[in-house]
Design a protein around this ligand. Structure first.
Ligand SMILES: O=c1[nH]c(=O)n([C@H]2C[C@H](O)[C@@H](COP(=O)(O)O)O2)cc1CO
Length: 143
């Protein structure tokens, strides 16, 4: 199974420790195409645009989105890139699982919360201690 993980990069890296935990768990189910998103070495400047170029990053990620079987997104830290990826993934009719932490005090965009259709696009509120169980439940139900 190929998993596309979305998490904020230029939107801010405050939750990178959670991205790492999520990606660790996702790797027990398959290949995470976007493992770099969870790297503590990656700052809010993003990947080295001088090597890859912004277009190369965009085109590679859209291609990975096309290839993936499922999209998992941590959406607590608002990120234009994550919002864009989710919109593209909806258009591609991908199975999408969004994770949001209400304890952050933030309010999730209606364009994400309101996209939940109980089937292909699901938004789940969670706290850090529930993370493993929630991901297990989601992947068990995929089978
Ligand atoms: O360097 C990058 N590499 C990359 O793969 N992305 C993708 C993956 C993330 O899920 C998402 C983050 O978007 P943003 O940088 O706007 O927060 O975009 C985004 C950037 C920088 O915008």
């Amino acid at each position: 199974m190929k998993v596309y993980f979305c998490g904020s990069i230029r939107g801010g890296r405050d939750d990178v420790h959670l991205y790492r935990k999520i990606v660790d768990k996702l790797q027990s189910y398959g290949t995470v195409l976007t493992e770099h998103v969870s790297s503590s070495e990656l700052s809010n400047r993003g990947e080295d645009a001088t090597v890859a170029g912004e277009k190369a990053i965009h085109d590679r990620d859209v291609d990975w989105l096309r290839q993936c079987d499922v999209v998992v997104a941590e959406v607590t830290q608002p990120s234009l890139g994550v919002g864009y990826e989710l919109g593209r993934a909806v258009d591609m009719k991908k199975k999408i699982f969004c994770l949001f932490r209400p304890s952050s005090g933030r309010s999730l965009s209606a364009m994400i919360r309101g996209a939940d259709d109980g089937n292909l696009f699901v938004v789940r509120d969670y706290s850090e201690d529930e993370l493993e169980n929630i991901l297990e439940e989601f992947f068990n139900n995929l089978k």
